[in-house]
Design a protein around this ligand. Structure first.
Ligand code: FAD
Ligand code: SF4
Length: 328
């Protein structure tokens, strides 16, 4: 048994002071961290409970929405401003986990939840570079149906499991963090890392940095957005492929578009090539497919997940067609 201390932070300064200690972990709803501790995949010597810090969801004068990191997933999905102005966020959250888990899970914890690669969890039977650096990766030659098709490396082919993060990536959300060295803001696309040679390093957070809030910047067409998740079961399953998208049309032409993919890479995958190629094109199924093919051109599927390439293209086309309304 691993023993650890538990303390509840009374404010951000208190959290950062305690969380800055070696081998300390922040505790949100515990829906991922506590599971990992039970499996002894995480062995913190102290837990700093940050659920008492800001959970406020605030509409600001500049049009942005600031979401306190302790806000529960359910509260974000139910918030009227999120539902009406950023429907892709509400739909992404509601596509994840179960009602009970969403009631417990916090925004900060959702961002830092760990992969669902089955080899990662099989500590006694499998090699895993993320768990034990330079040990090897049994997923690459193993059963890799749920693994990455984009941005993977010879060290790791795991995917990021979050739904909410896919919507945040499409919206170019900002992550506010605090440590004993001060505060800083991280562009959402810079928070999570591709695996490279060091899959054990998953984010650009420095040791002890506390996520205090996520900011949704104003986006003129964010209300015209959706999230679609394709999975093995209708609930309680992680994405095989998911798509978060917002699109602005001008007389049948794509004026602007944001799109990110889930279930395909080590981080939420912003489809920048697709976005660039689609702007100015007619909003037709042909244009959507051409842009999807451009985005997936670099896909490197594994033995058991070739289906994800076609699934991603079809899901992109379906989502964009939904946003475009009645197209031929
Ligand atoms: C059965 C099941 C099904 C699930 N299905 C889905 C799904 O379909 N889609 C999906 O997206 N998710 C799914 N999840 C995952 C769930 O969304 C996450 O477990 C949850 O969002 C994590 O939030 P938490 O507050 O409980 O984090 P915790 O478990 O408390 O923490 C997770 C990590 O975040 C760190 N952390 C927490 N708060 C902060 C902070 N403020 N600053 C810095 N670090 C912090 C912790 O130290 C830890 O490393 C599922 C979970 C379960 C158990
Ligand atoms: S894919 Fe990544 S997480 Fe899974 S076994 Fe390989 S190194 Fe570990």
């Amino acid at each position: 048994m691993n023993s650890f201390t538990y303390a509840r932070a009374i404010d951000v300064a208190d959290a950062v002071r305690q969380g800055g200690e070696a081998n300390s972990k922040y505790l949100g709803g515990g829906t991922n961290l506590v599971d990992l501790m039970r499996e002894t995949l995480e062995r913190p010597s102290s837990l700093v409970d940050v659920t008492g810090l800001s959970s406020a969801i605030t509409e600001r004068e500049d049009g942005s929405i600031l979401i306190g990191a302790a806000a529960k997933n359910t509260a974000v999905a139910e918030h009227i401003a999120v539902r009406t102005r950023y429907p892709l966020v509400a739909r992404a959250i509601l596509a994840g986990a179960s009602g009970q888990i969403r009631n417990m899970a916090t925004v900060g914890g959702n961002l830092l939840q760990r992969t669902r690669c089955t080899y990662f969890y099989d500590e006694d039977g499998s090699r895993c570079n993320k768990r034990n650096p330079r040990q090897g990766c049994d997923a690459i030659e193993g059963f890799n149906r749920i693994h990455a098709i984009l941005g993977a490396s010879p060290a790791c082919v795991a995917t990021h499991p979050s739904d909410m993060c896919v919507a945040f990536a499409a919206l170019e959300a900002l992550v506010h963090v605090t440590s004993s060295e001060g505060v800083r803001t991280i562009a959402f696309g810079d928070l999570h890392l591709l695996p490279g040679d060091h899959p054990e390093v998953e984010t650009t957070l420095k040791p002890g940095e506390l996520i205090t809030a996520v900011e949704l910047p104003p986006l003129a067409f964010s209300q015209h957005s959706v999230y679609r998740k394709v999975r093995d079961r209708a609930s309680y399953a992680f994405a095989l492929v998911s798509v978060a998208a917002a699109m602005e049309l001008d007389n049948g032409t794509v004026r602007d578009v944001r799109l990110a993919l889930g279930g395909v890479a080590h981080k939420p995958w912003r489809a920048l090539k697709l976005e660039a190629s689609l702007k100015g094109q007619p909003a037709t199924a042909e244009s959507f497919l051409a842009a999807a093919e451009e985005e997936l051109a670099d896909a490197k599927p594994l033995a058991h997940n070739k289906f994800k390439v076609e699934l991603a293209k079809r899901t992109i086309v379906a989502v964009l067609a939904e946003l475009a309304g009645d197209i031929s």
